[in-house]
Ligand binder design. Structure first.
Ligand SMILES: CC(C)(COP(=O)(O)OP(=O)(O)OC[C@H]1O[C@@H](n2cnc3c(N)ncnc32)[C@H](O)[C@@H]1OP(=O)(O)O)[C@@H](O)C(=O)NCCC(=O)NCCS
Length: 314
């Protein structure tokens, strides 16, 4: 059942996106079947005579946006414009109201890189959603040439893989919480997550259960021992051609010193040395986040789509 659900969800992404992004089936199964500290996932499907017409993936946030349910809708192309997504949305809205949630949110992945428009944005507007934010989807094909380090005076680079070393945990949760507060989210309803060591360990355990690998590079201010910046990238052997750039964050008091690129370059070098090729690294950033996009452009990323965030108040 889950396999068929997933095939509709990912089949639609493959159809819509030149560079499809998202979880592999096993990664997705762990999220939906497991118990997690930050999210509970639920699936809906509309099946007619054994044929799957469309699905919805619901994320019920347990930390941060606890007033929101996030919904991803996917309808098989030949069954579109028959009200399938409308019906799925109605069920999701009913459950959200029953659970006392205030907002239904959704992300449209397939927007044109210039205009952001797609069938998903037309549907969202037609069903009363309001556009809250846009993010540029950029990709770079590996291998990237010239990843020579660009160190910054007064800072040392440290790297780790799946598990945050205990010695960095107290400061790493501060940086994760800072990331959650500072990342540009436009008009989205966004309650920052206050990270704790327990949440970090839970997220790490889930990634391992999903078969995912993670590369982290951080910069330490040598004089004070302060963790000043970090970046994370990763993927899974299940979908070796698809790698993701996760967070990149520089602590407020250490900005303006080129620490963003200083951590990204060695992280990408480590990732590139460790993965199969060919592969594509994906990243999403708010267009107003000019420093981050400038760093990405230097590395060789190019724009392929615009994803948009939508909300409907209940
Ligand atoms: C967006 C999507 C889920 C819509 O599914 P659907 O079952 O065709 O949607 P519905 O039939 O319920 O459409 C309801 C209304 O939305 C609007 N709409 C939907 N698709 C549209 C399109 N391609 N162009 C213009 N308007 C559209 C129309 O107003 C439609 O009503 P109408 O057919 O009476 O004119 C489907 O196109 C899809 O899977 N797209 C790719 C994935 C995606 O973008 N998901 C949404 C982000 S979570």
């Amino acid at each position: 059942m889950f396999r068929r659900f997933y095939d509709v969800k990912f089949g639609v992404r493959r159809e819509e996106l030149e560079f499809p992004a998202g979880m592999g089936v096993e990664e997705a199964r762990v999220v939906m079947a497991g118990t997690h500290a930050d999210v509970r996932a639920e699936g809906l499907g509309i099946v007619e005579d054994g044929v799957w017409l469309g699905v919805a993936w619901l994320d019920w946030w347990l930390v941060g946006n606890t007033d929101t349910v996030d919904v991803e809708l996917a309808v098989v192309p030949e069954y579109r414009r028959r009200g399938v997504a409308t019906k799925l949305l109605e069920v999701a809205v009913g459950r959200a109201k029953d659970a006392g949630r205030r907002i239904v949110s959704g992300t449209n992945m397939a927007g044109d890189p210039e205009t952001g428009e797609s069938p998903g944005t037309a549907f969202a507007r037609a069903r009363g959603f309001v556009l809250k934010h846009a993010e540029l989807h950029q990709v770079v094909e590996l291998p990237v040439e010239n990843l020579a380090a660009q160190p910054v005076d007064g800072y040392e680079i440290v790297q780790w893989r799946e598990h945050t070393p205990d010695e960095w945990m107290p400061q790493f949760v501060e940086l994760l919480s800072g990331m959650s507060e500072d990342v540009p989210t436009g008009d989205r309803t966004d309650e920052p997550v206050r990270w704790t060591p327990e949440l970090v360990r839970d997220a790490e355990a889930r990634r391992v259960a999903q078969g995912r690998f993670t590369y982290t590079t951080a910069a330490v201010h040598t004089a004070s021992g302060e963790l000043a910046a970090y970046t994370q990238m990763g993927g899974t052997p299940e979908t070796p051609e698809r790698l993701n750039q996760y967070d990149t964050y520089v602590r407020r008091t250490h900005r303006g010193k080129r620490l963003g690129i200083a951590v990204k370059l060695p992280n990408l070098a480590a990732l590139q040395a460790g993965v199969a090729r060919p592969a594509v690294l994906h990243t999403w950033n708010a267009p107003e986040n000019t420093p981050m996009i400038a760093v990405n452009n230097k590395i060789g990323f190019r724009p392929v789509a615009q994803r948009t965030a939508w909300e409907r108040e209940l």
